[in-house]
Design a protein around this ligand. Structure first.
Ligand SMILES: [Zn+2]
Ligand SMILES: [Zn+2]
Length: 468
């Protein structure tokens, strides 16, 4: 079956319009091994067993010894029973035949069955997965160790695909991949290819801002056979076969995920909101230099609010600020925040501050927080500025760019101090805690740090060149 999926790839229309493009060969060795793995054989107890936990079936044999279990299993590969410990009643053991020996596993139940990390609906699933894992990891341990050595990930398409051809193919393969996913398991590899081609195309697109972004891998259970998009090998097992990036959908082995470069290109379809979304994730998904909220709000404020008294200090009506937030979450860069809808500029200023406060990782990241505070504590102004400059270099590129842009704007605000009564110190008080939050939220640190948070923002506004 795996071989037929492979051969169907070479003839697939995905690659037909680019002679120089070679589709990757999905490696089916581990898939074949999974097919060969012994199947579970449940040995049921001939008589009724007292005290059988209700979540076990007739494979439960009650309190018996290891030797008795061994006899019952009779040397049949894949045969299994459950027994209660003689020494520790209430503790249960899975006895399983594999590799001509009886393996004993302490068995747990908390609504699901497990012996290790993976949790299963049924004992049958647990044993099936266990046998696959044991079989593959015994038979192919060397192969698995070397699996990550020669990834298809880096060379796939990157160097050979021409952008024009890619974009043509992209528009077409979108519908193909949807088709592929409904026609069933055999087409899974085709779907994989389109996903890689899409990634290759995105990498080649010059218009993308070159921010690094790590993938957001989460353990994932794949339905139907799946192949790793890093090493091209089969992802074995019954559940939790690998990890999937929640932002871009890349599927890889857990062990391969450590080698994937930080080149995540989030898929807009997966990014549901604008607020509360990681800053780098948002700008990569929307292909913008900065979060669009920042650009749009600042544009609006500079157009009609720079002279507004108490700008950023006076708060807008909370419900209206929430409205603006909802508009951005719903309409993205089409959100209407014009004066006809929101005549009070403090609502727009409030929405911008809320955007920064809602970030899961603040503009000044948790990682750099204490370094900024330490820098602010330096008394010599020149040394302090130098220290701030050094820590700024540690910020992720998209965070740095957003901070730089905001500071240019805040500088303009201070240039209108005569009308708006906002100087860099006032703005420092407002934006300090908005842009930087301590990693552990303790009231005491926050109080102690507040004047340093203020000072950092003040320094950034007053010393524009530190950010260039
Ligand atoms: Zn990703
Ligand atoms: Zn892999």
């Amino acid at each position: 079956m795996a071989a037929s999926s492979n051969s169907s790839l070479s003839g697939s229309s995905v690659s037909s319009d680019a002679e120089e493009y070679q589709p990757p060969i999905w490696k089916s060795y581990l898939y074949q091994l999974q097919q060969e793995a012994p199947r579970p054989k449940r040995i049921i107890c001939p008589q009724e067993v007292e005290n059988r936990p209700k979540y076990y079936g007739r494979e439960f044999h009650g309190i018996i010894s290891r030797e008795q279990a061994d006899e019952i299993l009779a040397g049949v590969e894949g045969a299994y029973i459950l027994r209660e410990s003689q020494r520790q009643p209430g503790c249960y053991t899975l006895a399983l035949r594999f590799g001509n020996q009886t393996l004993n596993y302490r068995l747990f139940y908390d609504g699901k069955h497990f012996v290790g990390e993976k949790r299963f609906e049924s004992i049958h699933d647990l044993v099936t997965d266990g046998l696959i894992t044991l079989y593959i990891e015994t038979k192919a341990s060397e192969y698995i160790a070397k699996m990550t050595k020669n990834p298809i990930y880096e060379h796939i398409g990157y160097a050979t695909l021409l952008r024009e051809k890619v974009s043509r193919r992209l528009s077409r393969t979108k519908t193909e991949s949807r088709k592929a996913s409904v026609t069933g398991e055999e087409n899974t590899p085709v779907e994989k290819i389109t996903s890689l081609v899409r990634r290759a195309a995105l990498t080649q697109n010059d218009n993308h801002f070159n921010y690094e972004k790590a993938h957001n891998f989460k353990v994932y259970t794949f339905r139907g056979p799946h192949w790793c998009e890093y090493c091209a090998n089969f992802m074995w097992g019954l559940i939790a076969q690998g990890v999937r990036c929640s932002d871009c959908g890349l599927n890889v082995h857990k062990q391969c995920s450590k080698y994937v470069p930080n080149d995540c290109q989030p898929d807009l379809k997966r990014i549901k909101r604008v607020y509360c979304c990681d800053l780098t994730t948002l700008v990569k998904a929307h292909n913008t230099q900065r979060p669009m909220v920042v650009d749009i709000c600042i544009r609006e404020i500079e157009a009609r609010g720079l002279k507004s008294e108490g700008l950023y200090r006076v708060s807008g009506f909370t419900e209206h600020i929430e409205d603006v937030k909802m508009a951005f979450d719903r309409d993205g860069d089409k959100a209407d925040i014009s004066a006809s809808l929101y005549p009070d500029i403090n609502i727009i200023a409030g929405a911008l501050k809320l955007y920064f406060r809602d970030l899961p990782i603040p503009v000044i990241t948790y990682e750099t927080y204490s370094k900024f505070i330490e820098a602010a504590k330096i008394s010599n102004p020149d040394e302090r500025l130098e220290a701030v400059h050094e820590v700024l270099m540690l910020l992720p590129a998209a965070h740095y760019e957003t901070l730089r842009y905001l500071m240019i704007h805040l500088k303009k605000v201070t240039l209108n101090e005569k009308e708006n009564f906002m100087n860099s110190e006032n703005l420092g008080i407002v934006f300090g805690p908005t842009l930087m939050r301590p990693p552990e939220d303790s009231t005491l640190t926050t109080l102690n740090d507040m004047r340093y948070q203020k000072l950092i923002v003040q320094i950034l506004i007053e010393n524009e060149d530190v950010l260039f």
